[in-house]
Write a protein of this length. Structure first.
Length: 94
């Protein structure tokens, strides 16, 4: 059903596209997890210091949940946020 199946894999400081993939017994450390459609499977996985980024349809669903509950289900991070994967830009003063 899924394009790629990962099993017992360790992901560190990576951008991981969840859609179209299945993950079983995987470990994720300091990763950016990107979810667009929700077409993914996560079984017995461990996450440490990861961020989930909702885009496209997943972001729309997150907004609908917020409307019904009054609370966001997750903190949605802008994909271009500087930090873990994108170095801080140097400011030039002239």
């Amino acid at each position: 059903m899924y394009k790629v199946n990962y099993q017992n894999r360790v992901f560190k400081k990576e951008v991981v596209e969840l859609d179209g993939h299945a993950f079983k017994n995987c470990e994720f450390s300091a990763c950016m997890m990107v979810l667009r459609t929700g077409e993914t499977e996560l079984k017995s996985c461990h996450f440490e210091n990861c961020r989930l980024i909702l885009k496209d349809n997943a972001l729309t669903i997150g907004k609908i949940i917020t409307t019904f509950t009054g609370k966001g289900p997750l903190r949605v991070v802008d994909f271009d946020e500087q930090g873990m994967f994108y170095p801080q830009e140097k400011q030039h003063h002239e």
